[in-house]
Design a protein around this ligand. Structure first.
Ligand code: RP5
Length: 163
């Protein structure tokens, strides 16, 4: 199975990106995490993206806040799928990072999830790997079924309370 790279722009992004690690641990997906910045370590980020496919990665998650160019900078140097996580900061509530991450020029896509959406980013990476991995596909299906049952349980309770 290919592994996933989780790159974040700063150690201050770690509490949000931890949610991605939790998902990978749940699904048994191997991941490698790094703090590389599009602005503070641009050459290292570039080198990582250039070599990621041959190093066995199947997808890259990039979490960054403020002028969040990390996902785009990585995507510029790889044809692997790049998933961007805009991180909320204390000035513009993450809208700055959301727009910086999502508004990519045509030809260089970044699949952008919600502000602080590290968990969905990891699930999307698992879904990408599941194209070639039936065990992951089965696990994803089971998780969806479990989520649906949980909603229906809540619906039942709501009905009871209304009566
Ligand atoms: C971005 O700037 C990082 O991804 C982080 O979200 C934000 C602030 O970084 P620090 O100043 O906390 O290191 O590049």
């Amino acid at each position: 199975m290919r592994k996933v790279a989780v790159i974040m722009g700063s150690d201050s992004d770690l509490p949000v990106m931890q949610k991605a690690f939790d998902v990978f641990n749940e699904y048994g997906v191997t991941y490698e995490a790094h703090i590389y910045s599009a602005h503070r370590t641009p050459e290292i980020a570039r080198e990582f993206a250039l070599n990621a496919r041959e190093k066995g990665f199947g997808a890259i998650i990039a979490g960054a806040g403020k002028a969040a160019h990390l996902a785009g900078a990585l995507a510029a140097n790889t044809t692997l799928p790049v998933i961007g996580v805009p991180i909320k900061s204390n000035t513009l509530d993450g809208l700055d990072a959301l727009l910086s991450t999502v508004q990519m020029p045509s030809g260089i896509p970044v699949a952008t999830v919600a502000i602080d959406g590290a968990s969905n980013a990891a699930l999307l990476a698992v879904q990408i790997l599941s194209v070639e991995d039936e065990k992951l596909a089965d696990m994803l299906k089971m998780a969806r079924e479990k989520a649906a049952l949980s909603v229906l349980e809540k619906d039942k309770l709501l009905f009871t309370e209304k009566k």
